[in-house]
Design a protein around this ligand. Sequence first.
Ligand SMILES: *[C@@H]1O[C@H](CO)[C@@H](O)[C@H](O)[C@H]1NC(C)=O
Ligand SMILES: *[C@@H]1O[C@H](CO)[C@@H](O)[C@H](O)[C@H]1NC(C)=O
Ligand SMILES: *[C@@H]1O[C@H](CO)[C@@H](O)[C@H](O)[C@H]1NC(C)=O
Ligand SMILES: *[C@@H]1O[C@H](CO)[C@@H](O)[C@H](O)[C@H]1NC(C)=O
Length: 422
Amino acid sequence: MPKLYSLFFLFFNLFSIIHASEIVCPSGFQLINQNKCLKLFSTNLKHLEAELTCTSYGGTLVNINNAIDNRAVSNLAASTSATSIWIGTFCFSSRDISTCYNDNGSGNLTYTNFAAGYPNVGEGYGGCVSMQTSGPTAGKWISAPCEVAGMPFVCEVPATVADPTCTHNYNGYCYTPSHEMPGSSPSASFFDAEKICFNGGSKMVSIHSKREIDYIREIYKDSEVTNQITLGAFSYDSDVFNWVDSSRWNFDYFDPLDMSFGDCLGMDLSEEPNSGMWTRVNCSTSNYFLCKRKITSTVPTKEAENLQGIPPNPDPFDFSHCNTTLYLAPGQITSLGYPISKPPAAYCTWKLATVGAYRLGIYFTDISVAKSVYIYDEYGNLLADPSGNLSPFKVLAPTNIMTITHDGSSGDHGFSATFLSY
Ligand SMILES: *[C@@H]1O[C@H](CO)[C@@H](O)[C@H](O)[C@H]1NC(C)=O
Ligand SMILES: *[C@@H]1O[C@H](CO)[C@@H](O)[C@H](O)[C@H]1NC(C)=O
Ligand SMILES: *[C@@H]1O[C@H](CO)[C@@H](O)[C@H](O)[C@H]1NC(C)=O
Ligand SMILES: *[C@@H]1O[C@H](CO)[C@@H](O)[C@H](O)[C@H]1NC(C)=O
């Protein structure tokens, strides 16, 4: 047995040497399938706390996309004494896997391993999904109540490329915050920041997913150095932003309530639960900034960045999404006929949601209503019931689901609101 053990160790070490300049995982995470990094956390946490632990690494709970992933997670889970662990799948209805989504937000599941009778979002169960760790049903998935059950969990973060010179290494890129650069002032105007990054072999940061937002928030979390950084985005004409590193604009996280002007973008790094959002800033203003450098080109690019929502309303003149039963973030809803036509039947309900990894926030950008807009959490508790002519405001739901109802029959101006994961 000891011999076997040392043989294994030798093999393991050789393996890590061979891969030293290639794909690696953050410390404590294990490379699976050459494309993702997994780690078992054996503390018992409720689903939201488990997700918050994973997002602090720039990841989510594990996305199981095939039988190989399932076996890898099942093997990790076997070492815990708990009977089940959280995985990164969330279902909105019972016994209907077309309503289940992975935390990676890339649409319907391509692989499932539910035990018979699941998913079950009914009484005593819930939308969250766990994997059995032992016995004849080891590796099978069952539904569990998100806010009640505490259990161990497996986090997934993207693999990256080894670079011993890099402190903040994520998904194939090295991130250098301005306050960690020796010999230069931590704040600069956008144009000076561009030069400073360039001189260090980097570009100012571009952002391509919610995971990357979460990773960047974590870089600044404990340093308390700044509440905002300038991003590597610039607007040549008033409304269109481009990344200065020429990467594709395939994700955005604008603060829907932002009313400011400027041709540059700042990212909020305050203590707010929904921090990370982008606002317009003046390019001449001196601010902290973040440089980002690709480590090599060998890491496979990943992530479908945007969640697939329900198909758009077939009526091209109605953007209300009135009476949607499941509309996934990011998205926009309005009162029926907003802001022009006043329809006779104007009662609407909206069921809005995001994947299990995040919570849902709604941002009312324009609202003038005679009858209240009722905003409920997942369990039917009223979160807010605004009415009248109001300034823009937000409502943050405690979970990934909210329901909104509104009777617009009084023919007032109505409302428009954007909803986003936070
Ligand atoms: C998910 O699956 C359902 C039924 O199988 C289908 O109607 C729906 O369009 C799919 N959605 C996506 C985003 O693929
Ligand atoms: C996300 O999930 C889909 C299937 O649900 C899968 O095809 C895709 O590879 C996944 N992406 C990542 C980064 O895990
Ligand atoms: C940005 O700030 C500079 C100097 O502080 C000022 O001159 C300029 O007008 C501002 N630009 C905008 C668009 O506010
Ligand atoms: C939305 O659904 C409600 C309840 O089913 C119905 O009374 C209302 O007329 C519907 N609204 C529209 C605009 O179809």
